[in-house]
Design a protein around this ligand. Structure first.
Ligand SMILES: [Cu+2]
Length: 234
């Protein structure tokens, strides 16, 4: 009996009942001193705790973890939040320092730091670019090792990913296009302005700045997506 009670006590100690839930709000206040921010933007939690990022109003925000402790082997990235109450929750198990931002508002200072247990020392974290995240997602889907957070990012990544957007710059000699693309769910990318390399043989002569286009991206190499098709959307 004593043994049984001890076992029960140990299970209780290890159970998530002791883990805490935290909330970080994604706030828009365009007229304020700080137009876009996370509230709070710095938080310390313990391993096993869960943080929910919640959109505080109708506006576009997301959460991308761009620096994480070594040992975190998956991307931590929300889908685009658009409606009030849209939410992304993640349970942090690896101790260390995590840095995150909202991609649409990164340049406007919408970023934050999360410390799980204890802050990382220098050299104990790794950077995560969104291209890398896309690749990790791609690879995870291919090997079938995808997890819940990869699923939240949307549909499976096919060989070619379809996208739409508006052309800012076409450089025919460099074979690049700069496009403000709409959110690309398959890659978990929010709407953003990006420069893409264009594959050989793709005709760019009809594409010019200001065009609304449909295009296809294909993963090439480690960390790169190349335009393999592009045409005016209508
Ligand atoms: Cu934002």
């Amino acid at each position: 009996m004593k043994k049984f009670m001890l076992a029960t006590a140990l299970v209780l100690l290890a159970s998530p009942a002791f883990a805490k839930d935290y909330t970080i709000k994604e706030v828009s206040d365009p007229a304020g001193d700080k137009p876009y921010y996370f509230d709070p933007d710095t938080l310390t939690i313990q391993p096993g705790d869960t943080v929910s990022f919640i959109n505080a109003q109708e506006d576009m925000h997301d959460v991308m973890f761009v620096e994480v402790p070594k040992g975190v082997d998956e991307m931590i990235m929300s889908p685009m939040h658009e409606k009030e109450g849209d939410k992304f929750s993640y349970t942090f198990t690896v101790p260390g320092t995590y840095k995150f931002h909202c991609h649409p508002h990164e340049k406007l200072g919408m970023k934050g730091t999360l410390i799980v247990g204890q802050a990382s020392k220098s050299g104990e974290t790794v950077m995560m670019g969104h291209h890398k995240m896309g690749m990790m997602h791609d690879n995870a889907m291919k090997t079938g090792e995808h997890n819940a957070s990869a699923h939240q990012k949307g549909t499976a990544v096919a060989n070619e990913v379809l996208a739409t957007g508006k052309v800012n710059i076409v450089d025919i000699s460099a074979r690049t296009v700069n496009i403000t693309h709409d959110p690309i769910k398959a890659l978990g990318w929010p709407k953003m302005k990006m420069e893409f390399q264009v594959a050989k043989g793709v005709d760019l002569s009809n594409i010019k700045a200001g065009d609304v286009v449909k295009f296809s991206l294909k993963a090439e190499g480690e960390d790169n997506y190349v335009v393999v098709k592009i045409q005016q959307a209508n």
